[in-house]
Design a protein around this ligand. Structure first.
Ligand SMILES: Cc1cc2nc3c(=O)[nH]c(=O)nc-3n(C[C@H](O)[C@H](O)[C@H](O)COP(=O)(O)OP(=O)(O)OC[C@H]3O[C@@H](n4cnc5c(N)ncnc54)[C@H](O)[C@@H]3O)c2cc1C
Length: 391
């Protein structure tokens, strides 16, 4: 039996950052993931860093720490994460009331500012002036999610961490002293286990008899090959429909439906959005659905047609670019904050997932979590414990 201090399940951005920070503390860490090539939400992410969006002391502090950490990560990880700043354009539907949205934005540390249709088109010449009723704008951070993820994994391995490409099938606590995991190929034992399996975290824990309020949306995204067309900004919807979908689908009365296959918990949303990576690829999306199955039948052709129709309304030059449509799951919690820490009675099984502002929050929280493991209590980590949902 191979034994470790920590086993981390999943090597998307949550698992790779946490594995790196735990290894940096001198712990013996194994990260397990069946995919040698990134294929979860991190792979398809836009890479945006909303460090302007803190609304409480906790989230504002994390935004500041995340901003600072991203400025040094390329150096520390020895991989260029492509960190940069650019304008975020949050477009309004022609019939939306900018006043109402401006009021909601007042809670943010740096509220996005209203701009006219003409000003929006000056910032982003690809916008359709007839498809929007104005916009809000704010400076936004950006990284390449794949480079960041790869940087963490390379850093982890340089520090002596072990990466094995294998899927965890079963988790078995050993009398609250240790945890055993069974994979396709082997069995491993560790003093502690961290679940970083993104949208599959809920199902994996459920299979082990552990119920935890972590959820997932289904989403699709179009990705072009590198193209000559230049998108100068990141474009997203001002109404931030995704957060409404997360809040609505996790209302207490809907909880039992998450356990029944085949339920769509709330109507799907579309965030008409696009970003161009530094290598010229453009990611275009993004419908989200709160669907209770982890493996529903997804018609990628229909999704592609839908995304092309919707993006044509605000960014027409993007609608007919050659592109491939991908599907993935994105984890979230019911209060927009991640779940971090030991799960209820299972004091050796931890979760590090459910981030709503992940790329900003993960680097500082992975560090803080590793600090608590090695004996430095952290008020912030305590506030994010899954026990906050136990009534
Ligand atoms: C289109 C899109 C745009 C986005 N834009 C942004 C953005 O601009 N800014 C931002 O901050 N966030 C954004 N996000 C969200 C963010 O990218 C994700 O929340 C984040 O990448 C999730 O990371 P993760 O590690 O939780 O999950 P994932 O990246 O999905 O990784 C989970 C990993 O767990 C592995 N796994 C699952 N089950 C098992 C098992 N049984 N055994 C072993 N391994 C397992 C999977 O193979 C996978 O590699 C976006 C997401 C999408 C889809």
């Amino acid at each position: 039996m191979n034994t470790y201090d920590w086993i981390v399940v999943g090597s998307g951005i949550t698992g790779s950052a946490l594995s790196y920070e735990l290894t940096k503390k001198g712990l013996k860490v194994l990260v397990l993931d069946p995919n040698p090539i990134l294929d979860g939400a991190t792979r398809y992410s836009y890479g945006g860093l909303a460090y302007w969006s803190g609304t409480t002391e906790l989230t504002r502090t994390l935004c500041q720490e995340g901003h600072q950490r991203h400025q040094i990560l390329s150096h520390e990880l020895r991989v260029n994460t492509q960190f940069r700043e650019l304008d975020l354009i949050l477009t309004l539907n022609p019939d939306s009331d900018p006043e109402l949205i401006a009021q909601k934005y007042q809670a943010f540390a740096t509220p996005p500012q209203f701009i006219t249709v003409q000003e929006a088109c000056e910032l982003e010449p690809l916008l359709n002036p007839n498809g929007i009723g104005g916009a809000f704008t704010v400076r936004h951070g950006h990284v390449s999610p794949e480079h960041l993820n790869n940087g963490y994994i390379q850093g982890f391995k340089r520090l002596g961490g072990t990466q094995i490409f294998d899927q965890v099938l079963q988790i078995s606590p050993i009398q609250n002293q240790a945890v055993q995991v069974t994979t396709h190929l082997d069995q491993y034992e560790a003093e502690n286990l961290a679940i970083c399996a993104g949208g599959l975290s809920r199902q994996l824990l459920k299979n082990a008899g552990i119920l935890i309020p972590i959820y997932f949306t289904h989403t699709e995204v179009l990705e072009t090959p590198p193209v000559d067309l230049k998108l100068k900004t990141i474009v997203m919807s001002a109404a931030m429909e995704r957060f409404q979908l997360e809040a609505q689908s996790t209302q207490t009365e809907l909880e039992p439906l998450w356990e029944k296959p085949g339920y769509e918990l709330t109507p799907s949303i579309i965030d008409r959005s696009a970003v161009q990576l530094l290598d010229g690829r453009i990611r275009i999306g993004q419908p989200s659905r709160a669907f209770s199955d982890i493996n529903p039948q997804v018609n990628l052709l229909e999704s592609e047609t839908f995304i092309r129709q919707e993006i044509a309304k605000i960014l027409p030059p993007l609608a007919n670019l050659p592109a491939t449509c991908y599907h993935c799951l994105v984890a979230f919690s019911s209060d927009s904050l991640p779940l971090i820490g030991a799960i209820g009675d299972f004091n050796k099984i931890h979760i590090f997932s459910g981030f709503s502002n992940p790329l900003v929050f993960i680097p500082p929280l992975a560090q803080r979590f590793a600090n608590t493991i090695t004996g430095q209590p952290d008020v912030m980590i305590s506030q994010l414990s899954p026990s906050r949902f136990i009534r």
